[in-house]
Design a protein around this ligand. Sequence first.
Ligand code: OGA
Ligand code: NI
Length: 370
Amino acid sequence: MAITTDETKANDDDQVYQKGVKNLCENGVTKVPKKYILPEFDRADEVLQVDLTMPNLKLPVIDFSELQGPNRSEVLKSLTSACEKYGFFQVVNHGIPNNVISSMIDVSARFFELPIEVRSKYMSSDLTAPVRYGTSFNQNKDRVFCWRDFLKLVCHPSQDVLVHWPSYPTDMRRLAVTYAKEIKNLFVMLMEAILESLGLWGATMNMTEEVEKLIKQFQDGSQQMVVNCYPPCPEPHLTLGMPPHSDYGFLTLLLQDDVEGLQIQYKEKWVAVQPLASSFVVNVGDHLEIFSNGKYRSVLHRVLVNPAKSRISVASLHSLPFNSMVSPSPSLINKANPRRYKDTDFACFLEYISSFEPKRKNFLESRKLL
Ligand code: OGA
Ligand code: NI
């Protein structure tokens, strides 16, 4: 059967889109191609966006150094309320040196400046590959593409994965490993505080075996870093950098540069998260929602693109070891508060995302007990 010229062109275009948005921009794109144009109801409708000057809307900021001092119990209260109300908070005074943070942003930007031939060497359709360069949200499934390229780095176990990480820029491995270790430590300390905020241990209650085991599992748990690049977009209102989604792990710690773009959903509206120098954005993921039996909520978030500026972010997703089962904590279930989620592991998550177009919190919905 002869292929018509139109079909051939569509196939050629698809091949180009698979290489990413940065590549399109480098080739001088001046309009958003059809492939990236969202149906109107999926676009960022301004009516549904809230600005931060609205009374009573103050996004929570946690001072990590205060958490380590005499005010711990006060900070734990703010942490509880942030995780219940927003599923999200920002951390300042976390102790990670500024040069580690700025170097990570800088080397990430330099990775995306490399020629497409070098970047695309890491393209892979294997969702479990230790390193994966790609574009959109799930490029094998998305009907409409998003305006985002990414580099995913599996960080654990380091002795197996590091050799696969990009060898260019030549300082990337060194800087990304340093960053990954620092952010992992911060994650573990935040989880200790979150387990305390859930009442699983505390000032008057020693750590139980359950808590000690969990903390060990977090220390040795899965970690994946996603370096995101959102090039400037000629018609930003037509598309998104990332569609509304929740993250699958316990917590995501996000480092962003100084360009705005991230929004979280709060009471059916979208709230912009202002970049705060030297801070991390932390959000509750699906696994923590399951573990807390729904007390803490994994938050829907999305990314808008910018007409003039390129934006870089580095998301670090953390959870239990890859083969572990995530279940509601037995200590948080009782007659009055029965189990609300099925057990979940990574295998069932991967199976889910390879068979469906990922949308919003569908995966988590599929784990809910009716
Ligand atoms: C993610 C994510 C937000 C951002 O990588 O899962 O939500 O601002 N990133 O890039
Ligand atoms: Ni996310």
